[in-house]
Write a protein that binds this ligand. Sequence first.
Ligand code: PAF
Length: 287
Amino acid sequence: MQIIESVSELLTYVENGKQKGLKSGLVPTMGALHEGHLSLVRQSVKDNDVTIVSLFVNPVQFNNPKDLETYPRQPEQDFKLLAREGVDVVFAPVESEIYPEGFDRNRKFNLGKVAEVMEGKHRPGHFQGVALVVNRLFQLCRPTRAYFGLKDFQQIAVIREMLRYEDLDVEIVPCPIVREESGLALSSRNMLLSPAQRREAAAIHAVLKESVDFAKSHSVEETRRFVVERLDAKDDFKVEYFEIVDGLTLLPVEEWTEAALIVGCITVYVGNVRLIDNIQYKQLKAN
Ligand code: PAF
């Protein structure tokens, strides 16, 4: 496994692969890797001739400086984990490689309505920052496929939207959420929870799962309230938002019959740690 820090070395590697006609997979990450990331890596290694994993904590997507400061960083451990997975290249640049002098960090992408709701509303500028770095990584790595976890359900929709307006031919591969045994969705932020908070945080998935049954005999609004009230009742929990949305437009639905794919997306503070998760209520298969 090669560890590449400079853009020029990366470009040479990518160009060589292109000339050989190799299919490549990119797994963009901000490091502090866990089994969720590794599941994306394994899928990429299976699907492609070569796999590039990027490790870069992208400052442009953090709207809260404290969140950026406390974001976990453990590159040496990440390299060790990736070396066991058959990864070809880890791209671990410093900020000036991703955003060199003169690079337009304020460039705005057309991300449509999917970027305006939920995370878009609560973290202003976040998705523009994600689009900026993912676009830059796609330009540099020119991957055949790129892998993203479905825990960040809205992020996938936003990246697809970004791709619609950019001249980039990349297949987006969404991968299932990986959970701890307790049901807590894996996240680099879980390591910021105390052991007691981590145990308690399992309630997020437990309540979401319960709500799928509840939804069978209740309205969308009753189901939404069921989730928020149960989680807000817990010590140290504060639901930032829980929205039940059309899985394509990400706009709230009022009736279960309104869309073929209906997803509940939640953000909860457990203490000071901001956790996100989602659950599918309905998916009608097209014939
Ligand atoms: O999902 C993430 O970890 C980040 O938003 C991403 C896609 C690596 C961009 O920095």
